[in-house]
Write a protein that binds this ligand. Sequence first.
Ligand code: SF4
Ligand code: SF4
Length: 398
Amino acid sequence: MLNTMDTSFDSCIKCTVCTTRCPVAEVNPDYPGPKQAGPDGERLRIKNPALYDEALQHCTNCKRCEVACPSGVHVGTVIQLAKARHGGFKKGPREFILSHTDMMGSLSTPAAPVVNIATQLKPVKKLLDKVLGIDQRQTLPKYTHQTFRRWFQQQKAQQNRFNRKISFFHGCFTNYNDPTVGKHLVAVLNAMNIGVTLLKKEKCCGVPLIANGFFDKARKNAELNMGQFADSLADSECVLATEPSCAMTLRDEYPEVLHVDNHALRERILFASAFITREFAKGNTPDMKPVNLRVAYHSPCHLIKQGGVIHTMELLNSIPGLAVIMLDQKCCGMSGTYGFKKENYQTSQNIGQGVFDQIEALNVDYVVTDCESCKMQIEMNTAHKVMHPLTLMAQSLA
Ligand code: SF4
Ligand code: SF4
């Protein structure tokens, strides 16, 4: 049974900084904001569970409040656990479909061309909207016919040329939806004389499961993944993730939200750009040719939470010829599965509007971000294509 208490709320000094940083509170007057929903509410809920506020459903778990808090209150986690404790998650068929990404990926990839056409058709989108509550205005992610794991089978032998190895936690999106970033990570690391290996088995990190209240399933996945990490780290230096939400979940949500102990391995689970720039500092840089582009960089919330933006900026700044403009650190509003839900769609758009406006006002060739969910939201709402930093790095390989 999940322990649904996080006592960090007791350190709250009521400064309200968290509320000034909450993207939902900024646009949705129905949401009381992190101070009230988190520490203030927790004190009341302990005294009387009837004081649970349904408005907690508006929290996207973006973690911006936690980054802002000077007292180290795990505000987002306190809210998620309160929702779990008080039945605040609506766990219907829509939530099941949106959160069980492994299962949906395994079912959809064999028939990807058909699934992709069907999910773009207006009548299908209308039906999903009406029956499930998945907003018909939202672009649905496409699936790949050849999964990343299947592609990697052809690369496996080549990776044995390298003395050094890392294990790659590819995540669901890279495996089932778009393997591009995984392929580019392999190219970049190989150019740095580092081989890549995959875990024998990998399950969804758990971030969409947590966001939709499937904590027991998320914890099962976490336990399986931690076992796989322990095995694979016997032969590899570390585990890398290219998706910020996966890295944050593996490192922070496992112990804080799911109470799965990862302390023995945590320092060896890294976001890819943190590892790559650490290698740069040791003098291991690949030969790079200029990439003469002007790009705008959008920092994902869950990368900000890890303090990882500095590594991606360093990676981008190492690419010769590349001009990088850093956008204001605002949330794009998508927040994984949040923006797909009919009741959240407008809030999601309102949150992202500041990002969309800033991008449209700039004269750039591309937008760059590390997060697939942000990419989807930005491409849907601006005229710009979005790239992953590793794609630019792969382009620069001489
Ligand atoms: S996690 Fe994000 S949406 Fe939730 S209260 Fe904190 S800042 Fe607001
Ligand atoms: S920022 Fe932290 S200390 Fe300040 S009100 Fe929010 S939770 Fe409390």
